[in-house]
Ligand binder design. Sequence first.
Ligand code: TIU
Length: 241
Amino acid sequence: MAGSMHTMFVAAEPGPIEVDWGSTALLIIDMQRDFMEPGGFGETLGNDVSQLARAVAPIAAVLKAARETGMLVVHTREGHLPDLSDAPPAKVERGAPSLRIGDPGPMGRILIRGEAGHDIIPALYPVEGEIVIDKPGKGAFYATSLGADLKAREIDTLLVCGVTTEVCVNTTVREANDRGYRCIVLADGCASYFPEFHEMGLKMIKAQGGIFGWVSDSAAILQALQNTPETSNKLAAGASR
Ligand code: TIU
């Protein structure tokens, strides 16, 4: 594969990784109003949702480049059916939130599919042709079609970003790693309500020679895309539009 028009080394830790863009997907985890905005699920758990805003611009930059190069884009949303039949009581009853999953809130029922709060934030809204995976759990592979969707498109490498670093991003990366995918996590494209968990969540992924995957950032991905001959033409065409 080395030297192919589609491949390029991406700067990452614990070391550079060679990527074939044709078998790579951008996987954006749970950039939903319920986690990002006041009045949603994240805030009901007692969190400061402003901690997550920093991930939006880096994701938007990579998403724009992915769209211009034709890379597969997958968005996920955590949430439950209106009758809560896919929500384990152990999850609904957990802790002492100000509102529980399914309760009415300012953006509709908390973490329920179809409600305003469940949807993806406008800045990163999916466009036609992108896959949207609705997931009941923290991991994006559990009880979803994601594995089959990626297999059908012969994807073996995932650029992973979204929220939160130590919860849904880490769970999904661990699930993906066990299924044989190479995960490259974008450090600046992830965020946590707890900055220290963000740092440790990334360290856990890249430790021990990359026990779960690689950690890179949006600038490294954009640079590698620019330096890949075939995609740089598409990026140049996109920039001049
Ligand atoms: N609470 C928290 O940090 N995260 C979640 O509940 N879900 C996701 O990370 N998406």
